[in-house]
Design a protein around this ligand. Structure first.
Ligand SMILES: [Zn+2]
Length: 181
């Protein structure tokens, strides 16, 4: 599958198994073969595996249309401006409904293409080893962090957490001016 910007999309199928009480994420790479990934996704879903995910490894997808911000359309009636309709924001923004979800701890993972409860972590796994890192929020299935550009694009709370961190950084570097919203 080739995308508009010429990238070949890379796919993997993930699910969760529990063995002897221990939770493990299984991830099977399908490379650029979307059809085989989709077939496996359907198989594991039919088999009743937990948290089945068909995930794109290199392209982020926006939340479904129902999360797009709606903008009022005005018209003059008897000399007064009144709202007569609403239309989707152009370009599509995802601030209001997603913010309500974010407030409940639910985030949009643009790679799993699912709503997920992101986990707070102070570690990351690199090449099978676990390293201590700065605290961050991440997708429990694919580990993408709230700092990812696309995660912040679709999750207003992730954007605010990143901005808050930036302004703290400025303060500690000796600059006193603080941005007010
Ligand atoms: Zn994810």
């Amino acid at each position: 599958m080739l995308t508009a910007n010429g990238l070949t999309s890379q796919w993997e199928v993930l699910w969760v198994t529990v063995k002897k009480g221990e939770k493990r994420i299984i991830a099977i790479d399908h490379g650029a073969d979307f059809v085989s990934a989709l077939e496996m996704y359907q198989k594991v879903t039919d088999a009743g595996k937990k948290l089945c995910t068909l995930r794109c490894k290199n392209i982020a997808f926006p939340p479904p249309e129902r999360f797009v911000d709606m903008e009022p359309v005005y018209a003059k009636k008897r000399g007064k401006l009144v709202v007569v309709d609403e239309v989707q924001s152009q370009p599509a923004t995802f601030t209001r409904k997603m913010d309500a979800y974010n407030a409940q701890g639910i985030w949009w993972c643009p790679y799993c293409m699912k709503l997920r409860r992101f986990e707070k972590r102070g570690w990351s796994e690199v090449d099978g080893r676990v390293f201590e890192t700065e605290a961050h929020y991440c997708c429990p299935m694919c580990d993408i962090s709230h700092n990812d550009w696309h995660v912040t694009k679709y999750n207003p709370l992730a954007q605010r957490i990143r901005n808050a961190k930036k302004s703290r950084g400025r303060k500690s570097s000796g600059r006193r001016r603080r941005k007010r919203k």
